[in-house]
Design a protein around this ligand. Sequence first.
Ligand SMILES: C[S@@+](CC[C@H](N)C(=O)[O-])C[C@H]1O[C@@H](n2cnc3c(N)ncnc32)[C@H](O)[C@@H]1O
Length: 171
Amino acid sequence: MDIKILRMGHRPQRDQRITTHVGLVGRAFGANGLFLTSSDEKIKKSIDDVSSRFGGDFEVKVGVSWRSVLKNWSGLIVHLTMYGERLVDKSSELKSIDQDILVVVGAEKVPGRVYELADLNISVTNQPHSEIAALAVLLDRIYDGKQLKKHFDGQVKVVPSENDKKVKYLD
Ligand SMILES: C[S@@+](CC[C@H](N)C(=O)[O-])C[C@H]1O[C@@H](n2cnc3c(N)ncnc32)[C@H](O)[C@@H]1O
């Protein structure tokens, strides 16, 4: 199952760090790609740099049209919004999905059309918070925690340690 993220409304002056973290959290929590509606190459470079050292197959595409990504997506579309149906009520449905999933997250106001094109509009609580937190919790629910053991075949490997920083550099 492929899970990709569509990040909408990125403002290059304001959202650099948050959008980078949307990609990094998506990658670490089991997604395998990010579509970014802005042409911000710096975001792609930062995330690609992490992938090239730590491994995995996370692909970043910038400058995409959200309409065409949504229209051409052949799996399920899950839009994260504080106005959506509660994640707690949809968890078992999400766990049993066996098709590719596109997760849509916004920055500024998301166009109403996205709510219509999404198969599911999901809220992680109905309180306003962050696309990074909402994405992490959603991925955790979809994978039921299994993504936390995902293997990344990178050159840099952190060795879990009780009280030290251990890193292996592979050839
Ligand atoms: C700054 S927030 C904007 C909040 C916006 N009013 C909304 O529709 O959720 C940016 C993004 O964070 C995500 N987000 C914020 N709070 C959320 C929540 N409680 N549940 C799910 N997603 C949330 C949404 O993807 C939203 O587009």
